[in-house]
Ligand binder design. Sequence first.
Ligand SMILES: Nc1ncnc2c1ncn2[C@@H]1O[C@H](COP(=O)(O)OP(=O)(O)OP(=O)(O)O)[C@@H](O)[C@H]1O
Ligand SMILES: [Mg+2]
Length: 349
Amino acid sequence: MTEARTESSEWLIYRGAGEPHDGMDRLPPPPPWRDFASRETAGPGADGSQNRRLGAHRHLAELHRPGAEELEMINAALYLRRPLLVTGSPGAGKSTLAHSVAYELGLGNVLKWSVVSRSTLQDGLYHYDAIARLQDVQIAAQGGFTSAAGGGAGSPGAVEGIGSYIRLGPLGTALLPSDMPRVLLIDELDKSDIDLPNDLLNVLEEGEFAIPELERVADRLPDGEAEVLTADGAKVRVRDGRVRCRAFPFVVLTSNGERDFPAPLMRRCIHLELGRPDHKRLATFVRAHLGDEAARRGDDLITHFLERSRSELLASDQLLNAIYLTDAAAPASRDRLADLLIQRLDRPR
Ligand SMILES: Nc1ncnc2c1ncn2[C@@H]1O[C@H](COP(=O)(O)OP(=O)(O)OP(=O)(O)O)[C@@H](O)[C@H]1O
Ligand SMILES: [Mg+2]
């Protein structure tokens, strides 16, 4: 983007001129963490989120090296087959940790469950679309059904087709039997309803769950099996209406510490508190996403960011945005623009 470095307001695409123009032709490619087109070139089986989260330059030497405690706690969770509860301030790298582990250990795409206040255990496990099934049965009864959405075995109402109306959620998919563990990110668990952490306990303890809609009809299914859809869009066979893991998934629960979790959950998790990233760590984030040159040019912004972080709540994403954008903007607007982008997330004390 150095070539794009311009004086004055040249970098502005939208000018508020009130007249249409072809400024969009000059819009540079998106920052790597907002490059959704890269999903198409991510390669077989990859969803592109690793590049967006870990940076396309992550192969550069001397990138992020987790501290000793961080490494130990991650490995403890791996060895003990326990969920890892990661707490820390915004932008500390909690969510990205799951991607780092999946990438380094070749565990495939991360299954992500973004928790909101309405999330229930059921959302994480599976969804049964009873209404769609009913509609298909009605259409078939009216003679309007041509292709058997019911799974190719007779009418849509036939028991054999029931699996087509079931889609496993991220947690349900992570618990499918496999030799290697899947990585599951249960993101921002502290945003959940008060019951969810407790509801999760049992499933995480047992490593299995039932799908009553399938259990009920299992004796009428060929080999007791139904074909259902996973959270990543694959088709898998579920036997006797139960999903039972073989390798317990590597589960990362994240929390900004907005509330405390019940003791029974804490007891069953390995807890890692991520500190605020220091200069070295922030520089590695920048290098991973934007390369060496950009990290060098943005070094003063990292120092400024860290100074402000002593009294203000800031997130490393804001720093990445600022370094990326100020690289394209005129030097005269650089500091002002950085301050505009790095806004404190807490209230002034
Ligand atoms: N190991 C890493 N390598 C490269 N970039 C990283 C790494 N860890 C974190 N980052 C970058 O730092 C930024 C913040 O990371 P992340 O989103 O994981 O933080 P978080 O703690 O989950 O924040 P929040 O609480 O706001 O969800 C992201 O832009 C991410 O790409
Ligand atoms: Mg996060």
